[in-house]
Structure formats: C-alpha cells, structure tokens
Design a binder for this molecule. Structure first.
Ligand SMILES: [Zn+2]
Length: 459
C-alpha cells in the first residue's frame, strides 16, 4: 500500500529533455509505466529518483528494421529475439520492428504465428512485426484485411532475391500494394531491380570475380534507383503510400525524391552503414564481413544521405540488424555470393547517429529524435504511446551522457556477433539508462531489467 501512495514510481530530475520539437531542462515523473508529469521543477515523492544533471533525456529509440534469428544462406542470423533485444536496450532502443519469414506454401497468418511464437516471452523491448509477403498467391493476399484488422498493418515485399524464392513480380507488387492500401495498411519495399542484379551477379561469378568488392558491383546503385522508380510509378498510379527500406545510394534517393516531387506519397528509410561506411571496406582483409544488402556505397552516396537526413527528406533510420559471427562470415570462404549478408547494428544506432550526426554538426538534436523515434512512431501507428516525451505516453526513455568519450568495441556490445563493423569508432557519450514503460532495463550501459517482458504492439 505504501508504494501506491507514492506520487511517482520514478522521478528523473535535472535532465535536458529532448523531443522532436526542441530541448529544455525538465523533471519527468513516471507512474504505472506512463509519463505523468513534466515540469521544470517537480516536487513530490518517488520510489526512485535518477539525477540526470548534465545528461540528455530522449524518447526511447524505435528501430523499424531488425531481423532476429532469420534463415539466410544455410545459416541463421546470430541474434535471436532474446539476445538481440537485450543489445537493443543497451543501445537505447525500446521498440523494434521485425519481420515474418514466409515459407513457400505457408499462409501469411501461419508465418506470423510462427514469428510471434519466437518473440513471445523472449523479447525484452516492445516489438511490432511487419508481415513479409514472399509467396503471393491470391488466397494469401485475401488474409491482408484480416491481418490489418488484427493490428498488423505493415507488410513488406522484395523486388529481388528470385533465387531465394522471395521476389514478387511488379504485377504482384501492384496487386499487393492495392490490397494493403485499400485496407489502410502500409507496404514496405526492398528495392533492387532483379534483372540487373541477376545479370551483373552472373557476369561476375562466371568470370571468377568473387572478391567482396564484386558484391557492390553486382548490386549497384543503378539497380536500386531503377526499382525505386518503378515502384513509385505504381504507387503514384494507385495513390498509395509506399515505404522504401534501407535506401543506400544517391541515385536511389534521387529517384525517391523525384517521385515525391511528382506527388507520390513515398517514405524513405536509411541505415547507419550507408551513412558511415563505404565500399572501401570490401577491399580490407576482412572485407567479406561487410557483405550486406544493399552493399556499402561510396562517400558521395553517404554524403547525399546525410544531407537528405538533415533536410528532412529521409523519414527514418533503421538498422537492418542481421548479425553473423566471424565463423558464419567465413563460411563462404570470402566469396561474395556465398557469404551470409547482413550486419549487426541495433545497439550502435543511437551512439553512431548522435556522434556523427549531432556531435559533428550534421543534424540537430531534435532532428535526431525525429528520425529515431517521433517520425517512426507516426509512420507505424504508435503515436498514442511511443516516440515522444509527453504526459500520457509510455515512459520509454533513454538517458544519454554526452560528457564521456567512448569507442565502439565488439567485446563491450551485447549481441551475439563477435565483431562490429564500427570497431574502434569514437563515440561522443554513452547510454546511462534505458527505461521501458518506466522499468529500468539498462543502468550504466548494462542490462539490469527483467528479461522477455517486451510487449507485442498491435496497431
Ligand atoms: Zn532487412
């Protein structure tokens, strides 16, 4: 009884509160998992007080793009929902969106049930699930309205990966987009022109050009731009909103922006690897570790993406978190077409974007919150609870200490990958606390919360 008489369960004092609109010094009171008070000087009793003087208090980060424990090239991405979500929390991420894996002949609903089973009681941050459509006969597409009504509003298709049985044709894309749009859902697209990718890949493989750099030469910026253009034309004809995942290139960006100028409702996501790394990584001795799709591009591509991020043209930053261990990366003997593709990233998202975005003056702090939380919550239908610091919202908060310089080291990260693409990179601060619905998940950078208490978010 005594506890429930306390005014707050938790009081965060003296922090610099940052939202998508600006920043100010404020005390934040939390009760029953919600933010219940924000004042410049809050009195009252609290079960626990965190003194955040000198620190930034941000909304918990929302990563719209992770792949926990998915099958790729005869292996499985190294983080499952348990380890991946713990890593997420340690990086200030309080909500992730993952994807179903639809087997051939499996309905969308069955694939979703399997995925939910893997996350349930395992995921330590809140989570949503995007429904992948890789097998698209009409009888499965008829399940889309029912899925949307049940709160699964986002779907994803690939315009490539024919060899893996995941591609939809443009005709199928049109039908799926129409169906998703008609029922109030959102379609996500992995945009690469498959014909270009297949012909360039075959040319390189047949000529014995198997070094990692040929991954980038096989899946070009041109292939991305061509697919973005094609998809945007169809979206424009249907008047349907379309979300492009992991945009990687200047050409792809320009195709997206051109469509937007023509009135197409197109949303753009990029990832830290396309902002911070470039294809010179493929020429390093461990270049094959960096094989991911789309491939790393040039410095010029990264510069275009930073500028678009700054100017508000890019809507969200996700990670495409899909880690493999060194041993898994070695399984393809360094050959680009046999190496499992994907990079770890969920834990380093905020540290990298804060350091190389905000601290280095490329984007403003409120803009960081916009692309890592607020806009993401709007797009995926979470604004009633997530993405902002306001009274009534979930107390999903990350407390960032900008005063301590650190560096990324795989041995200090919490996922299953035993390496990091960002090893040694300077970080202008560290996560002190991560709170999920008022519960302290992370303290001084270490996971201290109760495991597996993430909630499924239906929207
Ligand atoms: Zn992905």
């Amino acid at each position: 009884m005594a506890d429930s008489l306390q005014q707050f369960d938790l009081l965060i004092r003296n922090g610099q509160m940052v939202t998508a609109y600006g920043e100010r010094r404020a005390d934040i009171g939390v009760k029953d998992g919600k933010i219940v008070a924000i004042e410049s000087d809050l009195g009252g009793e609290a079960r626990r007080v965190i003194d955040a003087a000198g620190w930034l208090v941000l909304p918990g980060v929302i990563d719209p793009h992770t792949h926990m424990g998915i099958p790729i090239k005869d292996t499985t991405s190294a983080d499952d929902f348990a380890s991946g979500s713990e890593a997420a929390a340690c990086g200030g991420v309080t909500t992730i969106f993952d994807f179903t894996v639809q087997e051939k002949g499996q309905s969308l609903k069955e694939a979703l049930e399997v995925r939910l089973q893997k996350a349930r009681d395992r995921c330590s941050v809140d989570y949503g699930i995007h429904v992948n459509v890789t097998d698209a006969p009409e009888r499965w597409l008829e399940q889309i309205p029912e899925l949307i009504a049940a709160g699964f509003r986002s779907f994803k298709v690939f315009s490539t990966y024919r060899e893996a049985g995941m591609m939809v044709t443009w005709e199928q894309f049109r039908r799926i987009l129409q169906q998703v749009h008609a029922h109030g859902g959102l379609l996500l697209l992995h945009a690469e022109d498959n014909a270009l990718v297949e012909s360039q890949t075959a040319a390189n493989v047949n000529a014995g050009r198997l070094a990692p750099i040929y991954h980038a030469r096989s899946r070009t910026a041109e292939a991305e731009a061509k697919a973005v253009k094609q998809a945007a034309e169809i979206a424009g004809e249907l008047g349907a909103r379309l979300y492009i995942v992991h945009l990687s290139s200047r050409a792809g960006l320009e195709a997206g922006l051109r469509a937007r100028e023509q009135g197409v409702d197109i949303l753009l996501e990029t990832c830290p690897q396309y902002l911070l790394l470039d294809e010179s990584k493929y020429r390093q001795p461990n270049g094959h570790y960096f094989i991911t799709t789309p491939p790393l591009r040039t410095r010029d591509d990264a510069e275009a993406l930073w500028q678009a991020l700054r100017d508000g043209h890019i809507d969200t930053v996700g990670t495409d978190h899909c880690p493999f261990t060194r041993a898994q990366k070695e399984s393809g003997s360094g050959k680009f077409h046999l190496t499992p593709n994907g990079l770890p990233g969920v834990e380093t998202l905020l540290p990298l974007l804060y350091t190389y975005g905000v601290a280095e003056g490329r984007i403003a702090l409120p803009r960081l919150v916009q692309v890592l939380a607020k806009r993401t919550a709007e797009i995926f239908g979470l604004t009633d609870r997530k993405g902002d610091i306001r009274v009534g919202a979930d107390a999903d908060l990350v407390i960032w200490n900008p005063n301590e310089e650190t560096a990324i080291a795989a041995e200090n990260l919490h996922g299953q990958a035993d390496w990091s693409p960002y090893e040694g990179m300077r970080i202008a601060g560290r996560v002190e606390y991560t709170l999920l619905r008022g519960q302290v998940l992370v303290e001084q950078g270490e996971f201290v919360g109760e495991r597996g208490k993430g909630e499924l978010l239906r929207r």
